[in-house]
Design a protein around this ligand. Structure first.
Ligand code: DC
Length: 226
């Protein structure tokens, strides 16, 4: 199998990872892999069965009943399939965001999903975003970016996103949820969110999307000749 290229983009919730990674993948003709969607699918499954992620026994028992897979449509959009059901549209709620952050701290869940993520990168050129891509999933990624922004900026962006979708958004509540998720994602003992030692940090607080894309392309261009 020929060598594939991988670009890992990690960072906290609301830093703009998915928007940036998706556009970058489109521009480069790579696959975009949103790994947060995989954890969201697991959280959705447990939510559906009303299993509390703190109940490790129940989680271990029910996890064997779960099959998660990724499919791409003709436009290259990622779809999440849970036991042959397309749940792509169901996993984008604030409630599932919090639950995904909790289930993602469980070793049994991370183990289940590790090979699947690596397998996509083995078969395709990818821009993969998440929390542990540069540190755990693809420690040999060709380029690693750590995308960040001030919590207030991330909360403001999330509010704008929610309002655009016609959903309610309260700045203080959204900020609180973002800080809570940062704490959970950075504080867990397995694969916590952190900047890989060889990642380049990009603070997007004062940048627009085009500027971030341009900066990342510059970094990518420095590391590899595409
Ligand atoms: O990127 P997101 O907001 O869709 O991710 C939802 C949660 O999933 C996030 O709070 C932590 C978890 N996650 C993870 O632990 N590892 C990843 N590679 C991606 C997401």
């Amino acid at each position: 199998m020929p060598k594939t290229f991988s670009i890992a983009i990690d960072g906290p919730a609301g830093a703009g990872k998915s928007t940036i990674a998706k556009r970058l993948a489109q521009d480069l003709g790579y696959y975009y892999v949103d790994t947060g969607a995989i954890y969201r699918t697991v959280a959705y499954f447990f939510d559906l069965w009303q299993i509390n992620s703190k109940d490790i026994d129940a989680v271990s028992r029910y996890i064997d009943e779960l099959t998660v897979s990724i499919e791409y449509d003709e436009e290259g959009n990622q779809h999440m399939i849970m036991n042959s059901l397309d749940v792509t549209g169901d996993i984008r709620t604030q409630d599932i965001s919090q639950k995904a952050s909790l289930v993602s701290a469980l070793p049994v869940v991370r183990e289940l999903l590790l090979d699947m993520q690596r397998d996509v990168a083995r078969r395709h050129n990818v821009v993969m975003d998440g929390r542990d891509i540069g540190t755990v999933v693809l420690p040999r990624a060709d380029v690693k970016i750590y995308l960040t922004a001030a919590p207030e900026v991330r909360a403001k962006r999330r509010c704008e996103e929610l309002l655009e979708k016609g959903q309610k958004a309260n700045f203080e509540t959204v900020l609180k949820e973002i800080l809570q998720r940062d704490k959970q994602d950075m504080g867990r003992s397995i694969a916590p969110l952190k900047k890989a030692s060889d990642a380049v940090e990009v603070d997007t607080s004062e940048m627009n999307i085009d500027e971030v894309i341009q900066e990342i392309k510059r970094i990518v261009g420095e590391k590899v000749s595409l």
